[in-house]
Design a protein around this ligand. Structure first.
Ligand code: SF4
Length: 61
């Protein structure tokens, strides 16, 4: 299991993570990415790579 956190104060809502995540963890809510399906995360790290503002952290639980 992986814990996915988006810092809403850092996220700029560019949807890069929404586009890249292979299992659709993210959804835009109120202009910010929200990991609404965090339980699906595979821990691939792709969202972290594409997030220029560095708003996302993924940690193994
Ligand atoms: S680490 Fe991979 S599977 Fe997990 S939220 Fe990011 S892009 Fe999706």
């Amino acid at each position: 299991m992986f814990k996915v956190v988006v810092d809403p104060d850092i996220c700029i809502g560019d949807e890069e993570c929404v586009e890249v995540c292979p299992v659709d963890v993210f959804q835009l809510q109120n202009g910010r990415a929200f990991p609404y399906q965090a339980g699906e995360c595979l821990g691939c790290g792709s969202c972290i790579e594409v997030c220029e503002p560095v708003a996302i952290t993924v940690t193994e639980e």
